[in-house]
Design a protein around this ligand. Structure first.
Ligand code: SF4
Ligand code: SF4
Length: 348
């Protein structure tokens, strides 16, 4: 696998939905005809554990990568990052057909204020959502555009590197050299039947570090030992399989909407973009239930249900509730309050 070829990985849907399988197959059939691409298929990304061959394959990919999944791009990107498959976020230009022009203008992403990822290699990872279109053409066009963008970026870097203007012959020689295995190691080959072995379903939180401020409210709230801290004292999903299936409680407690449950039915919790006017409407009415206090109460109820299921005592709102948000009504208004007020004033 070369650093100058673009790796494209399609992550299958859970189950055997024929319409989804048909779309996956038509995308793969079209992509393998494209020059300069390495195309692979893995099962549903969220379900891959550390020993799954699909995960080992993803870990071995060098260079830029496009991942097509049945997940929001934000969920896909931070899921990969959590598994050590890191890169810079590649901006997709794919817009679902029903994207409103006005919304698009209003939906400039918020500047990142989170702690970000660490040890990010010099490559880009683009995540495309397979729910956006039910035909393969838009995805093929976007992969072609990304391939051009990645090639231009590599060539610009090379020009900078040699501090001059290499001829096309020199560039060609660089590109051929880059086809050699890195450190003399070939990327291992995987058998398709191993790669596509269907994993069991999983449920755990994924942290969006572009939003996470490391406030530690989630670790205080979760009483099931899911969260921990790494050697840099950064919050971490440490024991992900301790999380209780179907429960999204801590995502309601996170003040930054940084906790994603990719399989949850509510878009704001499943990783829908944050920052758009439409996004805020979703967040305020569905994630926070229109009020941060309602959200905290709901989170406490969800947590109690899991405690009781485990034979433990319910604790209600007496343990691990976020201080900043419980004092919200009395305290000065924060950014979210101000945005809510602004939206109320707009009456939208
Ligand atoms: S509550 Fe949210 S912002 Fe705070 S540490 Fe946890 S994920 Fe990060
Ligand atoms: S959903 Fe519940 S069990 Fe899972 S991490 Fe959050 S608080 Fe812990």
């Amino acid at each position: 696998m070369s650093r100058t070829r673009l790796t494209v990985v399609l992550s299958q849907a859970q189950g055997k939905n024929p319409a989804k399988r048909a779309l996956e197959e038509s995308i793969c059939a079209a992509l393998i005809m494209e020059p300069g691409l390495d195309v692979s298929v893995v099962p549903y990304l969220y379900d891959l554990d550390a020993n799954h061959t699909g995960r080992l394959f993803l870990e071995g990919v060098q260079g830029d990568m496009v991942v097509l999944t049945w997940l929001y791009p934000r969920a896909c990107f931070w899921l990969l990052d959590r598994d050590g498959i890191k890169g810079h976020f590649g901006e997709s230009q794919l817009k679902p057909a029903d994207t409103d022009e006005d919304d698009e203008e209003a939906s400039e992403p918020e500047p990142p204020k989170g702690i970000g990822s660490v040890e990010v290699p010099d490559r880009h990872i683009y995540c495309l959502d397979l729910r956006d279109f039910n035909k393969h053409e838009p995805y093929i066009d976007e992969v072609r555009r990304i391939a051009r963008e990645c090639k231009d970026r590599r060539e610009a870097k090379l020009k900078q590197w040699v501090q001059g203007n290499p001829t096309m012959v020199q560039l060609g020689s660089y590109l051929r050299d880059s086809e050699q295995p890195v450190n003399g190691k070939e990327h291992p080959t995987f058998q398709p039947e191993e790669l596509l072995k269907q994993p069991g379903r999983r449920w755990y939180p994924v942290i969006d570090y572009s939003r996470c401020t490391n406030c530690m409210e989630c670790i205080d709230f979760c009483l099931f030992g899911v969260y921990g801290v790494d050697k840099l004292d950064r919050i971490l999903v440490e024991n992900q399989d301790n999380c209780k299936r179907g429960c999204p409680a801590c995502s309601r407690v996170c003040p930054e909407q940084a906790i994603i449950f990719p399989d949850y039915k509510t878009p704001a919790i499943a990783g829908a973009p944050v920052g758009a006017i439409t996004g805020l409407k979703i967040d305020l009415t569905k994630l926070f239930g229109g009020d941060a206090q309602d959200a905290l109460q709901q989170a406490a109820l969800e947590r109690d249900r899991e405690l009781v299921n485990d034979g433990r005592d319910a604790v209600g709102m007496t343990v691990g509730m976020p201080k900043r948000q419980t004092g919200k009504d009395q305290g000065p208004k924060d950014e979210l309050d101000q945005l809510t007020d602004a939206l109320d004033a707009l009456d939208i």
